[in-house]
Structures are given as C-alpha cells and as structure tokens.
Write a protein that binds this ligand. Structure first.
Ligand code: AR6
Length: 173
C-alpha cells in the first residue's frame, strides 16, 4: 500500500481525515490555539468526553470522538512546554507523533492530520519542532499497516516553510 506525507496550509478543523491530532494541555479540557478551535468546532460534547479521560501526560496521546467536526476522531496529545535549559524535550515531542500514530493504528485509522505540536503557546522553536515532527512520522509510517496518509496541517506560512525544509532535509539524509 502506498504511504505518503503531505504538508498543507489549512485549518485543521476542516480536515475530513479519519483523525486530527490536537495540541492539547495535560488537563485535556480545552484551551487556546488549535485546541480552542477544535473544541469550538466540535461542540460541548467533546469536553464532556475529555472529562472522563483523566488528563494526559506530556508525550502521550488519547483518542475521542469528533462530534461536529468533519473528521471521525480527535487524538489529543500534549507537547512539551519549551525550555532551553531542560534536556529531553525533543524526545517528548517525538513521542507525541509516534504515540498518536500508534493510537491511530490501534483504532484502524488510515488517514491522520497533525497540527504543529508545541509551536504556538508552548514556544518550541519552529524549525526544530518541524524537523522532529517530520522525521518521527517519516520513520514510523513505514512500520504501520493501517495508517497510510499523514497530513501536516500548517496554520501559517512560517510553519509550512519549516515543514518543507524538514522534508527536504529528511530526503537528503
Ligand atoms: N489549524 C491548524 N493549526 C492551527 C490552528 C488551526 N485551526 N490554530 C492554531 N494552529 P498552539 P501548543 C497552529 O498554541 O504550542 C493551547 O491553549 C499554530 O499556528 O495551538 O502545543 C492548549 O490548550 C501553531 O503552529 O499549541 C495548550 O495549553 C500550532 O497550531 C497550549 O495551547 C500549535 O500552537 C498548547 O500549545
């Protein structure tokens, strides 16, 4: 089966992939940025389901229904809050992508849209975050049986350009 990764400029709440991946916080009870947009578009039932999940650790992922969103499921993952003095944040960010893909695979999902985790309120340097994201997905995707298509959905040109650069670097690697 053909696998592919596509980088697009769009609003992730409009994606009709099997799942979209939310950049949540550890409470999973909503917030600003992409999290706020997803909860707003999904409707109140999403937060009701999230309340039953008991939060989520950084680097981990949990899945819910998508309610009024056009996708089928929302995978909620929690990226690291960037701090240049803390080691191991790259691994936590990588875990977000790998664990989200594993969860998609376990749920028999074929298509997944990612937001650029930690690149907004959590302050991860965009180029670095996109390199980590792209290589995590590019390395994990070939190991999966169900998941075949991944979108990186960028909300602005800066993030889009950073993903394109990451893609190029990965191919030349
Ligand atoms: N579609 C796609 N990407 C979006 C959208 C959208 N509709 N809206 C924003 N982005 P952020 P974080 C991009 O701050 O850094 C929340 O309050 C945005 O341009 O949403 O992981 C949570 O509750 C950026 O590139 O997530 C947490 O408390 C990317 O999404 C905290 O923010 C991530 O930015 C998480 O911070």
């Amino acid at each position: 089966m053909d696998k592919s990764i596509e980088i697009i400029l769009d609003d992730i709440t409009k994606m009709n992939t099997d799942a979209i991946v939310n950049a949540a916080n550890r409470s999973l009870l909503g917030g600003g940025g992409v999290d706020g947009a997803i909860h707003m578009a999904a409707g109140k039932e999403l937060v009701r389901e999230c309340m039953t999940l008991g939060g989520c650790m950084t680097g981990e992922a949990k899945i819910t229904s998508a309610y009024k969103l056009p996708c089928k499921y929302v995978i909620h993952t929690v990226g690291p809050v960037y701090d240049e003095n803390v080691k191991g944040q790259d691994k936590l960010l990588e875990n977000c992508y790998v664990n989200s893909l594993k969860l998609a695979e376990e749920n028999n999902l074929e298509t997944v849209s990612f937001s650029a985790i930690s690149t907004g309120a959590y302050g991860y340097p965009i180029d670095e975050a996109c390199q980590i994201a792209f290589s995590a997905v590019a390395k994990t995707l070939p190991q999966l049986k169900r998941v075949r298509k991944v979108f990186f959905v960028c909300f602005n040109q800066k993030v889009f350009d950073a993903f394109k650069k990451a893609e190029k670097n990965f191919k030349n690697y």
